[in-house]
Design a protein around this ligand. Structure first.
Ligand code: G4P
Length: 538
């Protein structure tokens, strides 16, 4: 690679932002995504995100069930350009029944945008995702939405976020009132007041007033008696608030907070401007090399590398193929380039990679670190697989997450045992569901992070493998992968808990706890054994 090629590579990396947008259902993620796309010039796309939710699919016609229910089972990727930045936005399913994919998408991004409903604070499903962010010290920007409605006092919402995130909240904008008294937001760094007004009929007006000094009397003109409220809020924030430090945000210790109303397109541009400025460009990723040592693979490295974080089945019904989603970790991808599939050692020319431009898909000519591209797969690619130009890498930090729901699979036609096994193994490899085989019997136990996955599996077993299967409830409440350096203790543990142990699809041993108390007592009884909620893939 020449000097100018590596200069281009560095430039392309610097202008990329790859992030996931997460929220509890109904907090406004779809609305905000739409508005972000709108700013990105994808005007004609505004509405498609919503349309998709309403089961009115335009370009994507994935699984029949998605269509029926009008929800997005799969995680989608949208790329757009804004102010010279190339933005890769990874959506996370907002429905209650989200899957392990939702967690794993957080391993493919460099930062996260969290959307919170100002009336509700942080809700259950978001907490789980936040745990994954915390595990990885992912930088998070927070958008508190729906200020046009009466919500909780801003300080209360921030305290709630702090409690759940374990991160300090630092407001970069501050709302003036809310609900019917919502007047706008003050940008603390720029000293600008954005005015929100519904004065003319239903039309929402947004005007920007530069007010560097809060004693400026224009503040009283614009805000009336609410000017004093803003002044005293600012005083309070200055006295008690923590100053924003970019390094602390990047280390996952602070989250900058923005207030607005996605529906009214209020505060969205401020959010996007600050986000592109603050959020990290593609970051290095740890990988094991051929000799077993762990090193950081920097995006600026000349040689291409990428890692698979998601497999999506049936994206194109005409072809029974799967799409493997790859995050580019280093170097430049060009169409037709020869890459080595590290697990199998096979090399091939990649002629048909796909890029995800909002709802459309387009062939890829060039792609850069931070970009997400789709590779067609006939089933040979697994989650966690690396592709390299040269050499061998095994990216780490792409885990399986302990399932929270369990079912025993019952075959309705006993002659199809082989197909059932093959189907379950392949579906487990895609990573949306986990397959456990108990040591004590021949059962097939499925574990999932969200309940919807069980329905998906049954319908796919029927459609793709011709297997008629059903579920039975099973008395399992949690799964933990178990490991110990102490061989004697581990052998004793295996004997004692034989009935509750199972192997997952990759042959790793897991303890399937019948109830939370049993799990607790097992952990107390065997302090030398590690009970893990995640397991490295591969
Ligand atoms: P989600 O993807 O996080 O599930 O949320 P979504 O954007 O679908 O928004 C959920 C509901 O909240 C929608 O109303 C949406 O219009 C509304 N909403 C989003 N942002 C704001 C906001 O800033 N202010 C107010 N007041 N509402 C907001 P809905 O009635 O469920 O759908 P629709 O009939 O409006 O389409």
């Amino acid at each position: 690679m020449s000097f100018s090629d590596s200069a281009i590579l560095r430039e392309e990396i610097a202008r990329r932002r790859t992030f996931a947008i997460i929220s509890h259902p109904d907090a406004g993620k779809t609305t905000l995504t739409e508005k972000l796309l709108l700013f990105g010039g994808a005007v004609k796309l505004a509405g498609t995100v919503k349309a998709r939710k309403a089961a009115n699919y335009a370009a994507s016609d994935w699984m029949a069930m998605e269509k029926e229910r009008g929800i997005s089972v799969s995680t989608s990727v949208m790329s757009f350009t804004y102010a010279g930045y190339e933005i890769n936005l990874l959506d996370t399913p907002g429905h209650q029944d989200f899957s392990e994919d939702t967690y794993r998408v957080l391993t493919a991004v460099d930062s996260v945008l969290l959307v919170v409903d100002s009336a509700k604070g942080v809700e259950a499903q978001t907490k789980k995702l936040m745990d994954v962010c915390r595990m990885r010290n992912t930088p998070i920007v927070t958008f508190i939405n729906k200020l046009d409605r009466q919500g909780l006092p801003p300080l209360e919402v921030m305290a709630d976020i702090e409690n759940h995130l374990g991160m300090e909240c630092v407001p970069l904008t501050w709302p003036v009132g809310m609900g019917s008294r919502f007047k706008g937001a003050y940008d603390l760094r720029r000293g600008e007041l954005s005015l929100f007004s519904t004065a003319r009929g239903d039309k929402i007006q947004q005007a920007l007033v530069v007010i560097r000094d809060l004693e400026d009397t224009r503040l009283d003109t614009y805000l009336g008696d609410q000017a004093e409220e803003l002044r005293s809020d600012m005083e309070l924030l200055q006295a008690a608030g923590t100053p924003f430090k970019k390094e602390r945000y990047l280390a996952g210790e602070q989250t900058p907070v923005f207030f607005g109303s996605a529906l009214n397109n209020f505060g969205v541009r401020e959010l996007l401007d600050s986000f592109t400025e603050l959020a990290p460009a593609p970051l290095p990723r740890p990988a094991r090399t051929e000799s077993g040592e762990i090193r950081l693979v920097a995006p600026e490295e000349n040689e291409f590398s990428g890692v698979i974080f998601k497999i999506q089945a049936n994206m194109d019904k005409a072809h029974r193929d799967r799409m493997a989603f790859m995050r580019i970790c280093s170097g430049r991808f060009t169409r037709g380039m020869r890459l080595k599939h590290n697990r199998s050692g096979k090399e091939s020319a990649i002629a048909t990679a796909t890029m995800f431009l909002a709802q459309e898909r387009a062939g890829v000519e060039n792609a850069w670190p931070g970009d997400i591209i789709g590779l067609p797969s006939r089933g040979s690619i697994k989650i966690g697989d690396a592709f390299t130009e040269k050499g061998f890498l095994k990216f780490i930090g792409i885990p399986s997450f302990a399932p929270e729901h369990f079912r025993r699979v019952r075959l309705r036609n006993p002659l199809k045992t082989k197909q059932l096994q093959k189907g379950l193994e392949q579906l487990a490899e895609e990573g949306a569901v986990q397959l456990f085989r108990p040591l004590a019997n021949n059962d097939y136990i499925l574990g999932a992070v969200g309940l919807l996955q069980f329905e998906v599996i049954i319908s796919r077993l029927a459609e793709e493998y011709g297997v008629d299967a059903a579920y039975e409830n099973v008395g399992i409440s949690a799964a933990r992968w178990v490991e110990s350096a102490n061989k004697a203790i581990f052998a004793e543990f295996r004997d004692y808990y034989h009935q509750d142990l199972a192997l997952d699809a990759e042959g790793a041993l897991a303890y399937l706890a019948p109830n939370p108390w049993k799990l607790e007592s097992a952990e107390e009884r065997y302090p030398d054994i590690e009970f893990r909620v995640t397991r490295e893939i591969g």
